[in-house]
Ligand binder design. Structure first.
Ligand code: NAD
Length: 259
């Protein structure tokens, strides 16, 4: 059987670390050549840079592009870099931050704007640049956006994050409608709590009392791993999902049911 993404060219934003790194690696294992687009080369959790790991551990090729997803020129450079792999087929808008926490009465508006720029505006911009290129190529394609369980639920401590991720969800639906006639599928994944630097450093849940309490409320009684999300993104990016678009795929161990 052919690999799921044989010969495809993909751009994955935020692919130096965490979920994006797992997606880029899984894509490469499935035969895709990958542009790792990030503001850093070194994984936040340590280890070999993703593009080097792909080159040494898989048969696929990979390139790193220094890309701040809030900058259109950087995103364009990442999509351009996919030309070396035959031209863009798959765009994954994954880069994101956790952002300001606290009551709306305390969060500075500027912090909200910064979060929206990285977590929502970037998905619009990345999708716009990718879609323009995919429409020009005329061979269809796939865009997968990384939202969150917080894009479906409202958590009082992280209102900006919830707003951005809900925006990603509905933007996904709208773009699926817009781009479907071109054979371009647009889907979103919604991870629950996943073990990455985001949940060990930025918002330390993993290994804490709060984390253990959270696990007990999740039907599968465990937090997610980056590879769990990568598998879902790989499915949505592949031809196996050829008739799937405007989908919000939860990867949360069932947490939505109980949170
Ligand atoms: P992470 O911090 O481990 O990795 C995020 C990567 O994005 C880093 O390599 C970072 O350098 C990069 N990045 C940050 N700002 C950037 C920018 N402006 N331009 C380009 N790259 C940038 O985090 P993660 O947990 O892997 O999160 C990835 C995505 O998954 C985010 O969108 C996050 O909101 C989402 N998510 C994470 C969880 C979780 O529990 N970890 C849950 C739901 C959704």
């Amino acid at each position: 059987m052919n690999a799921l993404l044989d010969g495809k060219a993909a751009v994955v934003t935020g692919a130096a670390s965490g979920i994006g790194r797992a997606v880029a690696t899984r894509f490469a294992e499935e035969g895709a050549n990958v542009v790792v687009a990030d503001v850093r080369e070194e994984p936040r959790q340590g280890g070999t840079p993703t593009h080097e790991r792909i080159r040494t551990e898989t048969d696929a090729d990979a390139a790193y592009v220094d890309c701040d997803v809030t900058e259109a020129d950087d995103l364009r450079a990442a999509v351009d870099a996919a030309e070396a792999f035959g031209g863009l087929d798959v765009m994954v808008n994954n880069a994101g931050i956790f952002g300001p926490m606290g009551s709306i009465t305390e969060i500075p508006f500027e912090d909200y704007r910064d979060l929206m720029a990285i977590n929502l505006d970037s998905v619009f911009l990345g999708s716009k640049i990718a879609a323009t290129r995919l429409v020009e190529r005329g061979e269809g394609g796939a865009i997968v956006n990384v939202s969150s369980l917080a894009g479906l639920q409202g958590y009082g401590e992280i209102a900006p994050y919830c707003a951005a991720k809900a925006g990603v969800r509905n933007l996904t639906y709208a773009l699926a409608d817009d781009l479907g006639p071109h054979g371009i599928r647009v889907n979103a994944v919604h991870p629950g709590e996943v073990e990455t630097a985001l949940t060990t450093e930025d918002f330390p849940v993993v290994g804490t009392e709060q984390g253990e309490a959270l696990k007990a409320t999740i039907p599968l009684r465990k937090l997610g791993q980056p590879e769990d999300v990568a598998n879902a993104v790989t499915f949505l990016a592949s031809d196996m999902a050829g008739h799937v678009t405007a989908e919000s795929l939860l990867v949360d161990g069932g947490a939505r049911n109980t949170s």
